[in-house]
Design a protein around this ligand. Structure first.
Ligand SMILES: *[C@@H]1O[C@H](CO)[C@@H](O)[C@H](O)[C@H]1NC(C)=O
Ligand SMILES: *[C@@H]1O[C@H](CO)[C@@H](O)[C@H](O)[C@H]1NC(C)=O
Ligand SMILES: *[C@@H]1O[C@H](CO)[C@@H](O)[C@H](O)[C@H]1NC(C)=O
Ligand SMILES: *[C@@H]1O[C@H](CO)[C@@H](O)[C@H](O)[C@H]1NC(C)=O
Ligand SMILES: *[C@@H]1O[C@H](CO)[C@@H](O)[C@H](O)[C@H]1NC(C)=O
Ligand SMILES: *[C@@H]1O[C@H](CO)[C@@H](O)[C@H](O)[C@H]1NC(C)=O
Ligand SMILES: *[C@@H]1O[C@H](CO)[C@@H](O)[C@H](O)[C@H]1NC(C)=O
Ligand SMILES: *[C@@H]1O[C@H](CO)[C@@H](O)[C@H](O)[C@H]1NC(C)=O
Length: 305
């Protein structure tokens, strides 16, 4: 059965390579940047300021995509020279001009401009008390009480349950078994426009779960084959790729989540659904200093769906 592969050339970096990569980057950055990882209640970050995760893996702040002057709040890899955005807050509500402020006010995390117009916000938790929002080395950004800072079990809101187009290692993809759906990843419209594009990817948890991608008219364009506790059966390359790093974890009768957490894997690996509808696994090549497509799951040679 042809499940639509076009490439597969995964190469796992050695620990030594990773170590030298970190060493190089620490020398470049460690002395010159603050490493605040949190935004506390009442504090704001302005356009031009960033926060950085404790191990300096990810940064959060304002950015403009290539060939765009619109301003967005997003998360990117702090150490990778080519700004690679993994999450966008205001994807459908860009700010024009450098007047954005992002922070916790009145029990919610929000993005506004100088006039107080709100472009994006989480739900409000007015009675939760003193809140803090913390960026973790997994690329997850979470709003919680000060007492629960960094504890993803007790987060009030977290970016991994409100993703953009990118799946990162250790991110939980929550599924509602009763409803038969999951958190949805939606492509950027184009490479310079992060607004919701034509393609989405979800996990269908009914029966043995499988990954499904959809086009703009909600037609299924690709599926992974069912999860057999180790791999998705339509992706035979998964066995060697992931060394069983994927797990399906039940939470209760309604909810389970999917997670990739192979501790030997590089943190500089991501999956995304791109603006032309392909699901790609990309790995940072520290020799060539570029992202390499390790696996591309294309819908052009789609099996029967
Ligand atoms: C980082 O921490 C310092 C000291 O607490 C503070 O003055 C500064 O505003 C913080 N920066 C950001 C971006 O939060
Ligand atoms: C804060 O939130 C509460 C509850 O949603 C609302 O009643 C109140 O008007 C808000 N205050 C401000 C200043 O936005
Ligand atoms: C704020 O409002 C003023 C007056 O309506 C307007 O001229 C200005 O462009 C606004 N600024 C922003 C950042 O929206
Ligand atoms: C909220 O937490 C911050 C940081 O821990 C602290 O400085 C501040 O006093 C706290 N505010 C309240 C109202 O508890
Ligand atoms: C899952 O979906 C069911 C049916 O719509 C709903 O009753 C339930 O609250 C959902 N569970 C969660 C945790 O969202
Ligand atoms: C940006 O614009 C240049 C020149 O038009 C083009 O070659 C390049 O592909 C564009 N990049 C993106 C990401 O759209
Ligand atoms: C997205 O869908 C619209 C409407 O069907 C189409 O015009 C456009 O070319 C599509 N864009 C991409 C990148 O597929
Ligand atoms: C999407 O991924 C496929 C497969 O890697 C690639 O051929 C295509 O150029 C990508 N599209 C964009 C817009 O990056």
């Amino acid at each position: 059965m042809n499940m639509g592969f076009i490439t597969s050339s995964y190469k796992s970096p050695t620990n030594l390579q990773l170590l030298s990569f970190f060493f190089l980057l620490f020398n470049l950055h460690a002395s010159s940047q603050s490493t605040n990882s949190s935004i506390t209640h009442g504090a704001m970050i302005r356009d031009g300021e960033i926060i950085v995760s404790p191990g300096e893996v990810f940064a959060l702040g304002f950015f403009s995509p290539t060939n765009s002057s619109s301003r967005y709040v997003g998360i990117w890899y702090y150490q990778i020279p080519d700004q690679t955005v993994t999450w966008v807050a205001n994807r459908d509500a860009p700010i024009s001009g450098n007047f954005g402020v992002f922070g916790i006010r009145n029990g919610s995390l929000s993005l506004s401009d100088a006039n107080g117009t709100i472009y994006w916000s989480t739900d409000s938790f007015p009675s939760a008390g003193n809140l803090t929002a913390m960026l973790l080395d997994t690329g997850n950004f979470m709003l919680s009480t000060v007492a629960d800072a960094g504890d993803d079990q007790n987060a009030l809101w977290q970016s991994c349950t409100d993703p953009t187009d990118t799946y990162l290692p250790n991110m939980r993809v929550y599924m509602n078994i009763t409803r038969g759906d999951s958190v949805s990843f939606v492509s950027w419209r184009t490479s310079s426009d992060p607004s919701r594009g034509n393609y989405s990817m979800e996990i269908d948890p009914r029966g043995a779960p499988q990954i499904i991608s959809w086009d703009e008219s909600r037609r299924r364009i690709w599926r992974s084959g069912q999860w057999n506790q180790q791999i998705f059966t339509g992706i035979p390359q998964m066995r060697s790729l992931f060394l069983s790093g994927f797990r399906l974890v039940p939470v209760n009768d309604d909810v389970m989540y999917f997670i990739f957490n192979n501790p030997n894997a590089t943190p500089f690996m991501r999956f995304r659904i791109n603006s032309t509808g392909e699901i790609e696994q990309l790995t940072w090549d520290e020799g060539r200093l570029e992202w390499v497509v390790s696996l591309a799951l294309a819908f052009h040679s789609m099996p029967t769906v």
